[in-house]
Design a protein around this ligand. Structure first.
Ligand code: GCU
Length: 423
């Protein structure tokens, strides 16, 4: 009997590891499995949700709880800003068009401290500016060509093209990512821009002993509990703390903060907007798996693959769904639905198959009934628009030509749509 059990276990282990070893992303629409799209307007117990009250009091909380406990993870407790310091500012930035502030927020808990800096540009002549808020990948100094931007000393992933070889950011990469931020157009349209280096909130590596997580540990604790926050939830938490600051800054209209993010940081902007209803709108640029894309399509990146490559992004409970998508009682369209009725823009890129553009689009379509409950217009048909042909309703979607990136084209759409939606 024992032998049989051991043999059975061995076979299972061999099968399991070989299936992982040969993982090849599926890019063939014909090979997308049949899958059930859960109904955002039906509770887990099967109750139909026909009113805003039922959505807000029952369905939304149960969905939010599911994503909190099983996907992104719970923030262990509240932690307020300990101190706010304007570390640098200028009334004459961007050739006189804008004001610049660099604000450092500090947090203290359990004898530990974390600090992160918000780089803020505000258009001149606007009393309270609406704002785009988004994280950057390689430091605030990469986003805008401005010699006054402070270089962070937080840990960074190495990247030879940014001259980062010892996990330290440096001056070589100043202005190298300006193409992703479109600052002139943002300011000229009357919006401000706030950006934060995500590594200051939590270094993007599979080590949970550092970053904001560590401020919440009990003695000897090295990692969050299985239902507690991974890095995406930690980064989202940072965006909410930036929002706490915006609410105190008289130069900002905190009722008009649009949270933006690309790729892993697009997953982050979606979760931030779902978890914190103070964000007026959300933009997900090429967010893919664990962001806007439907997991059950298993097209491009899958839950197993993302958990394997980035074990620290989601909570440990999410690993239950690796190669087990069918068991998920939700899908990512219900993450989008949590943002309703606030404006939501999902954008894909034609060549970014890894992020599953069709899965991102369908998510906006399947989230739409919740927007309609509020009398808002979402994505009415399940047919994808052609490339560079945006649909811009309260729920907006475009697929542009090109690769996984943020381009001027993307920003032009976001700015135009944000103006229509928020004013
Ligand atoms: C990887 C990862 C994606 C992620 C992307 C990024 O490609 O698999 O899930 O969106 O990195 O953040 O650039």
């Amino acid at each position: 009997m024992k032998k049989i059990i051991v043999l059975f276990m061995l076979t299972a282990i061999i099968q399991y590891s070989s299936s992982q070893y040969v993982f090849k992303p599926n890019y063939d629409e014909d090979k997308v499995p049949e899958y059930v799209v859960s109904n955002p307007l039906k509770t887990f117990q099967g109750k139909e949700v026909k009113t805003i009250e039922l959505w807000e009091n029952e369905r939304r909380p149960e969905l939010l709880d599911f994503f909190t406990q099983n996907v992104y993870g719970e923030v262990p407790s509240e932690l307020a800003i300990t101190s706010i310091e304007i570390v640098e500012q200028s009334a004459d930035a961007l050739e006189g068009k804008a004001r610049r502030k660099q604000i450092e927020l500090a947090f203290e808990n359990n004898g530990k401290e974390l600090r992160f800096k918000i780089l803020l540009y505000l258009p001149k002549g606007i009393e309270k500016a609406p704002l785009f808020l988004g994280y950057n990948f390689y430091g605030n100094h990469t986003t805008i060509n401005d010699p006054h931007i402070i270089i962070s000393d937080a840990w960074s992933n190495n990247n030879a093209s940014f001259g980062i070889t010892n996990n330290k950011l440096n001056d070589q990469s100043r202005g190298l990512r300006t193409s992703r931020w479109c600052i002139e157009k943002i300011i000229d349209s009357g919006f401000g821009l706030a950006t934060i280096y995500y590594g200051e909130v939590d270094p993007d590596k599979n080590d949970m002993t550092d970053g904001i997580h560590s401020l919440f540990y009990s003695e000897g604790q090295q990692a969050p509990a299985s239902n507690e926050w991974g890095s995406i939830a930690a980064w989202s938490w940072g965006l909410s703390r930036a929002m706490d600051y915006f609410e105190k800054d008289a130069d900002i209209d905190a009722t008009k903060v649009i949270v933006f993010g690309h790729s892993r940081l697009g997953k982050t902007s979606l979760w931030a907007a779902a978890a914190d209803q103070r964000f007026a709108a959300a933009i997900s640029n090429n967010s893919g798996c664990g962001g806007a894309a439907l997991s059950k399509r298993k097209f491009g990146e899958t839950i197993w693959r993302i958990n394997d490559s980035f074990p620290h992004w989601f909570c440990d409970n999410f690993k239950k769904y690796s190669n087990n998508e069918e068991q998920l009682p939700v899908d990512q369209h219900e993450l989008l639905a949590l943002i309703a009725p606030r404006p939501l823009y999902v954008a894909s890129a034609e060549e970014d198959k890894w992020a599953d553009p069709r899965g991102e689009f369908l998510s906006t379509y399947y989230a739409t009934p919740v927007y309609e409950l509020y009398g808002k217009t979402g994505i009415k048909k399940p047919d994808m628009p052609s490339v560079n042909n945006p649909i811009q309703n309260t729920v907006a979607y475009h697929i542009r030509t090109g690769k996984h990136n943020v381009t001027d084209y993307d920003w032009e759409q976001y700015i135009k749509w944000a103006k229509e939606q928020l004013f």
